[in-house]
Design a protein around this ligand. Sequence first.
Ligand SMILES: N[C@@H](CCC(=O)N[C@@H](CS)C(=O)NCC(=O)O)C(=O)O
Length: 178
Amino acid sequence: MKLYFSRNLNPRVAVAVARHLAAPVDYVHAAPLDPSQQEKFRALNPNLRVPILVEGDQSLWETDAIACRLSQLTGSDFWRTGTAQPEMIRWLSWGTHNFIAACDKVHFERVTKQRYGLGPIRDDLVAEGLSGFAEAATLSPGSTPSLEEVSSAERAPRRELIVSSRPRREGRRDRSAS
Ligand SMILES: N[C@@H](CCC(=O)N[C@@H](CS)C(=O)NCC(=O)O)C(=O)O
């Protein structure tokens, strides 16, 4: 079983999950947007993105789906089931549409786009991302050791990339606040 990854945000989450679960995967570094690798990766993920988990002739893409599958394969409750599941889904969904969306915007402009030579940094998109991040960072999941925590924490090292260009905020809003 192969887990294709790069150093970027979503693949880092998949790698962290696989390591946390001690999943029996071979880690394979990938550059799916590199023209020389596109043909191979289009067959595995038509979006040309990583992470991708390949089991036999099946390929699975999307970080959360991979986390779910690895949790199944290792018999873990890391991907919550039962009554705890809605809480996990809530934070995954919120993170996708808010925190992660904002981080991705800045990361794409400043890192991915530059790495692949996809054009100059668009300051308007960076500003949008920074503003979304500032708003989203006032809320964060709790400290339950499940996917929603890892998903946010894995992006934390890349926060420097984002917060270095904005003033520090005072405190964090309580998640129960409206
Ligand atoms: N929604 C997808 C997003 C995947 C994605 O955007 N991957 C980016 C990195 S964050 C990518 O493959 N970029 C090209 C690269 O890293 O080489 C997921 O959750 O897996």
